[in-house]
Design a protein around this ligand. Structure first.
Ligand code: PRT
Ligand code: ZN
Length: 301
């Protein structure tokens, strides 16, 4: 009901036929900047995004709704928005009927259990304890799966102070760098969920909407791929080229250009971030010199 009422604030009703794809993103908070940047990197220009409830693009048929992250799964399930960007932690806590179509590689964090740093974390430690959290559903699922009986105290914010004020023995909260836990004298003992921002979609999109979702997905995947890869240029003596080709397969195979100096070539290729440092060492050992590494903006394969 709530979401239907709020609908009027967008001037949109469910029955209206929308030709544009509607995406829900966080209005402000940790996912906002990355969500806007992702759309920009996908070449989607948005009209004035500051302090707006919604905006649209002039160069892609996309309308953007700015919402609290907690409301996004419901809006997408109801079909008020066709797609949305939200953390897996929120999505799973809300248990909505939406489909994850892409993991977005930002907003990474984990839902974790933490205890007083001076306590020893022994087997069965959690049995019978009081646990404070804003994620009662995910926590209960974890406790059931691990056959732990504990008392859940649901609180909406500042979970990390609960042990200090005697409200709970244990907390279950989101952690990224771990500094909040550290500053509150807590230590992480279990991971309940690994989370990141994901793109979700309503389950009943029509053909036209699916076509635009596919176009957007294609762009998102190209941006993600480019971020995970680097363009590499190096010089090498010709007699070392076979070894260097083994190390640098490239997208199809490396590009090789002769240098002005006889017996030397310039090799251009693409390297994945995961194996980057290891490969650089091997390339140097194989005689590569003057190695240049540059970012890639888009990668279309
Ligand atoms: O207003 P709205 O309801 O939209 O926003 P919100 O305040 O509920 O959420 P917000 O903006 O704080 O977070 C949005 C999403 O970002 C979360 O649902 C997660 O998916 C993701 N995310 C990633 C995080 C963190 N990292 C994170 N570190 N969300 C919250 N935190 C908090 C955490 O709760 C704890 O208080 O940061 C603190 C811990 O951080 P570290 O770095 O000290 O460990
Ligand atoms: Zn929220």
């Amino acid at each position: 009901m709530e979401s239907l009422r709020s609908l009027t604030s967008f001037g949109v009703t469910k029955t209206e036929t929308m030709s544009k794809l509607r995406i829900a993103i966080q209005k402000s908070g940790r996912l906002y900047d990355d969500s806007i940047s992702l759309l920009k990197e996908c070449g989607i220009e948005l009209r004035n995004v500051k302090d707006r409830l919604k905006t649209e693009s002039d160069n892609f048929p996309l309308e953007v709704f700015f919402l609290r992250d907690d409301d996004i799964p419901q809006y997408v399930e109801d079909g008020v928005a066709d797609i949305g960007i939200v953390g897996q932690n929120v999505l799973y806590e809300k248990c909505k009927e939406t489909e994850i179509i892409e993991r977005l590689d930002f907003g990474k964090c984990r839902l974790a259990l933490a205890i007083n740093k001076n306590e020893e974390y022994v087997a069965n430690y959690l049995q019978g304890k009081k646990i404070a959290t804003s994620y009662p559903i995910l926590l209960q699922k974890y406790l059931d799966e691990n056959k732990i009986t504990a008392e859940i105290h649901e609180i909406s914010g500042s979970v990390e102070i609960a042990p200090g004020i005697g409200l709970a023995d244990v907390i279950c909260d989101l952690v990224s760098s771990g500094s909040t836990l550290f500053m509150n004298g807590l230590k992480e003992v279990e991971t309940v969920l690994e989370s990141q921002a994901v793109l979700v979609r309503n389950k009943d999109l029509n053909e036209e909407q699916l076509k635009w979702v596919d176009k957007l997905l294609f762009r998102i995947r190209s941006v993600k791929k480019a971020k995970r890869n680097k363009y590499i240029l190096l010089n090498a003596p010709n007699n070392q080229l076979p070894r260097i080709f083994e190390l640098l397969p490239g997208m199809r195979s490396p590009t090789v250009l002769p240098l002005a100096e006889e017996g030397w070539s310039s090799v251009h290729s693409v390297l994945s971030e995961d194996e980057f440092w290891e490969k650089i060492e091997q390339l140097k050992a194989a005689g590569a010199q003057g190695i240049l590494v540059v970012p890639i903006e888009k990668m279309i394969i």
